[in-house]
Design a protein around this ligand. Structure first.
Ligand code: UDP
Length: 320
């Protein structure tokens, strides 16, 4: 298939672009490089630098079999202090994309959604039928896009799949996580191991969990990319399907730090800090629907392996 990957210079987008190329698809990456890196665009992809708002019509006019839409603003904290950036940058831009796809007859969409659409869960593991009550603007903006996709699919015959990611981590060979402003746990802990940061702060030790720290479901970025390939294959005209992607196993912040200590051999000093606003205590996915309907089977679920891949990537960047 000929596929457009928006946000293909970012972490998740570039790994997906690489995986699509490895699977024999023709890939065009569209990215404005506001947070991505031109050198993350994988070999074999054609790169168009531009803003979706400005160029999407021209790009889609070439004719594509589908779009994988990763381009987004994705910092929870920032979304609370600058919501316009999220409503404009995520919702308005995605509506532009949907309208351009409709105008140019692009038949398939795979959308990068998030567990943040659920908010504080009533039950774990979280299934796709759980109530969606996001606790931050980032999650609300992604949920709004999911709703728009549902109605475009029903009204205009779009074949659409939204994938709701839990905590994506690890690296796909030489492609990994490197945000200018890093907020995610595993890359931050690895920065401590490299001596780039003095210590890791644990956001709260008084949560209602076994060791008092927050529990999350970490998924390897390559397993995540495999689910996108399956989603493309299974997308059906007129339907919008939604799938959670996680491993179904939770690890606490302290367990993650311990795993990083084991993998890196560094002491990694940690300090207890106040809770972070908007953090739910436990987020663990039920991915039964993705397993049953897409035939998805995560093959890199082991946390040690996920951290090892992230560590190898981080060290190789340090040496480069
Ligand atoms: N966390 C932490 N210290 C940090 C960064 C994150 O204790 O410096 C915690 C955070 O409160 C959450 C977990 O690690 O419970 C995962 O956070 P991350 O930002 O990686 O992902 P999120 O779950 O927010 O999507």
């Amino acid at each position: 298939m000929k596929l457009l990957v928006t946000g293909g210079a970012g972490y998740v987008g570039s790994v997906n672009a690489a995986r699509l190329i490895e699977s024999g698809h023709e890939v065009v990456v569209l990215d404005d490089l506001s947070t991505g890196h031109a050198d993350a665009v994988p070999d074999g992809a054609r790169f168009v630098r531009g803003d979706i708002d400005d160029v999407i019509g021209t790009v889609l006019a070439e004719g594509f079999d589908g779009v994988l839409h990763f381009a987004a603003k994705s910092l929870v904290g920032e979304s609370m202090v600058d919501p316009a950036k999220y409503w404009q940058g995520n919702v308005v831009t995605s509506l532009r994309l949907l309208d351009a796809m409709r105008e140019h007859g692009t038949p398939r969409l795979v959308f990068s959604s998030t567990a943040a659409t659920y908010g504080e869960p009533e039950e774990v593991p979280i299934s796709e039928t759980a109530p969606t009550r996001p606790t931050n603007t980032y999650g609300a903006s992604k949920l709004a896009i999911d709703h728009a996709i549902t109605s475009y699919a029903a009204a205009h015959g779009l074949a659409a799949v939204s994938l709701r990611y839990f905590n994506v981590a690890g690296a796909h060979g030489s492609i990994g996580e490197r945000h200018a402003v890093e907020t995610h746990l595993i890359p931050l802990v690895l920065q401590v191991a490299l001596g780039q940061r003095e210590q890791i702060q644990i956001f709260g030790e008084d949560w209602p969990t076994e060791d008092g720290t927050c529990v999350r479901d970490y998924i390897h970025v390559t397993d995540l990319a495999d689910a996108h390939l399956l989603a493309l294959e299974h997308a059906t005209a007129g339907e919008h399907r939604i799938y959670n992607l996680g491993n179904g196993t939770g690890f606490s912040v302290k367990q993650v730090i311990d795993t990083c200590r084991e993998v890196t051999g560094h002491a990694i000093p940690a300090a207890i800090a106040p809770r972070r606003a908007g953090d739910p205590a436990v987020l663990v996915a039920s991915s039964e629907r993705a397993r049953t309907e897409l035939g998805w089977k995560p093959e890199r679920a082991d946390l040690t392996g996920i951290v090892r891949d992230a560590w190898e990537f981080t060290r190789s960047r340090q040496e480069a």
